[in-house]
Design a protein around this ligand. Structure first.
Ligand code: BES
Ligand code: MN
Ligand code: ZN
Length: 496
């Protein structure tokens, strides 16, 4: 892990191993104020190099300079920020990431970043600091847990953000948030990337127990016997087809006032989804190890808010199971009784996420929650609708929906709202039970949400379908850590 700080040293006299300053793109490449300062100290050494044309100033472009006269830093790294006055969060993130990657490649252990000599775009100091830190923490993560050979930890160990003394307090706030969110995302990614034979429901339960050693979190894990007593017939029907016992993982964080209604996060923790008897096609089935990414995002968000010491009560709940074909597994046509008492006809055993979530959603009524947000890799249909850019958002409360949409916008982790009208719920009609677990081909993401909605009448609820955003396929296959930034932003706003 890289550590982050903010400080307000003078940059030309700073004994730095590597000092990063910004350069702007344009018809003529333009120095930022910090670069200008070094340019003056070095008798226009930087201008001379730039005139040679090696540096475009485009976001993320870099040029390493050594032994610049009149400057104490061993290395000065120029990094492109894009056009002056038009730098947005994405550009700043790119610049920070490129700087950290080049420093890491050069085996630099400590990095000083001076990219904050003006407020880029409409961002304040805290936002800029947070973006930079989050981007570096995210960018330096590499999965190596199940690769043999010597682990290669990043050379870069600590990063300092150099800012004006007047902005120091704000920068520190941004740094601590960015670091907590980055770490939370990386935890979610690591859990997501681990294979299904390691990351089982019991493994997730152990990780949750470990978290309470390190952070002010209280973990409870319900066993299948506990769940049987609670009559969670729907959840248990899914794990019946698996040799790994299901777990209901509960993490309580009490940062708020005693007695304040908590926000509850419920994450789908399906550690491998083969589809069950309605088995999936073989191609790409490995990616169904990512079917616990909703649960992983709850771990990540809980880790982040507990690290920040957020003044808010939050409960994270992760129903966790496998979904496999077996002699004891659910069969199409089977009818199960949920904890809420509603009977469900299982017409497709691959629509298992809603079966484990509905019982968890009933369970959390006992918290009398201020709001419940569930996060799930729930439907392929959501990927068809929104692709890999936006998370699907569904809610029974317009106010809660707006909060989440705007949190996603601010955090650069966007969601897009879809309806949960009764017109769609009608598609779930069954001749043999209160509800069917699928609603036909049309509007699959919506009917899945409508199914959940039937179990969330006791509170304000929102559902995030992250099937398209939780992981990348192809060459850079791997978990993204989304929607940890959205969730943490939402909770930060609730705490404010
Ligand atoms: N975990 C899957 C959803 C999924 C599929 C996420 C592909 C990402 C990529 C879920 O359990 C599932 O299988 N859903 C079915 C529902 C259908 C049977 C109504 C689906 O989307 O095909
Ligand atoms: Mn499935
Ligand atoms: Zn699934």
């Amino acid at each position: 892990m890289v550590s982050f700080t903010a400080k307000s040293n003078k940059i030309n006299s700073l004994a730095s191993r590597c000092l990063v300053v910004g350069v702007h793109a344009g018809k003529k490449v333009k120095l930022s104020a910090s670069a200008q300062l070094l340019d003056n100290a070095s008798k226009k050494g930087i201008s001379a190099i730039i005139r040679k044309g090696d540096m475009s100033g485009e976001p993320g472009s870099t040029l390493m300079l050594y032994d610049l006269q009149g400057v104490r830093a061993e290395r000065v790294m120029l990094v492109g920020l894009g056009a002056e006055g038009k730098v947005n969060a994405g550009d700043l993130r790119k610049a920070a990431l490129a700087a950290a990657q080049l420093a890491n490649k050069s085996k630099v252990r400590t990095l000083d970043i001076s990219l904050f000599d003006r407020n880029h775009g409409r961002m304040d100091m805290a936002t800029m600091a947070r973006q930079v830190v989050e981007s570096i923490a995210h960018g330096l993560y590499a999965y190596d847990e199940t690769k043999s050979g010597r682990k290669k930890p990043a050379a870069l160990k600590s990063v300092s953000l150099l800012v004006d003394r007047s902005a120091l307090a704000q920068a520190k706030k941004g740094v601590s948030r960015g670091a907590a969110i980055g770490e939370g995302m990386n935890l979610a990614r690591e859990l997501g990337n681990l294979p299904g034979n390691i990351c089982t429901p019991s493994y997730l339960a152990r990780q949750a127990k470990n978290m309470q050693k390190e952070l002010p979190i209280k973990t409870k894990v319900l066993s299948e016997a506990d769940m049987r007593k609670l009559k969670m017939g729907s959840l248990l029907s899914v794990s019946r087809g698996s040799r790994e016992p299901a777990k209901l993982i509960i993490m309580e964080y009490k940062g708020g006032k005693k007695g304040d209604a908590p926000v509850v996060l419920v994450g789908k923790g399906l550690t491998f989804d083969a589809g069950g008897i309605s088995i999936k096609p073989a191609g790409g089935m490995d990616e169904m190890k990512f079917d616990m990414c909703g649960g992983a995002s709850v771990f990540g968000a809980m880790h982040a808010i507990a690290t920040m010491g957020l003044p808010l009560n939050v409960v994270g709940v992760v129903p966790s199971s496998e979904n496999l074909p077996d002699g004891a597994a659910n069969k199409p046509g089977d009818i199960v009784t949920s904890m809420a008492g509603k009977t469900i006809e299982i017409l497709n055993t691959d629509a298992e996420g809603r079966l484990i979530l509905c019982d968890a959603l009933t369970y959390v009524e006992r918290y009398k929650p201020a709001a419940v947000v569930d996060i799930a890799t729930l439907t392929g249909a959501c990927v068809v609708a929104l692709g890999n850019h936006a998370t699907g958002l569904f809610s029974n409360s317009e106010k809660l929906a707006k909060e989440l949409l705007s949190a996603g916008e601010t955090a650069g982790d966007r969601a897009w709202q879809l309806p949960v009208w009764d017109d769609y719920t009608k598609q779930l009609k069954s001749n043999f039970a209160d509800l069917a677990n699928i609603g036909g081909r049309n509007a699959g993401a919506v009917t899945a949400a409508c199914f959940l909605k039937e179990f969330t009448q006791a509170y304000d609820w929102a559902h995030l379908d992250i099937a398209g955003t939780a992981w990348h396929s192809g060459g850079n296959k791997g978990s993204t850590g989304r929607p940890v930034p959205l969730l943490v932003e939402f909770l930060l706003n609730r705490a404010a």
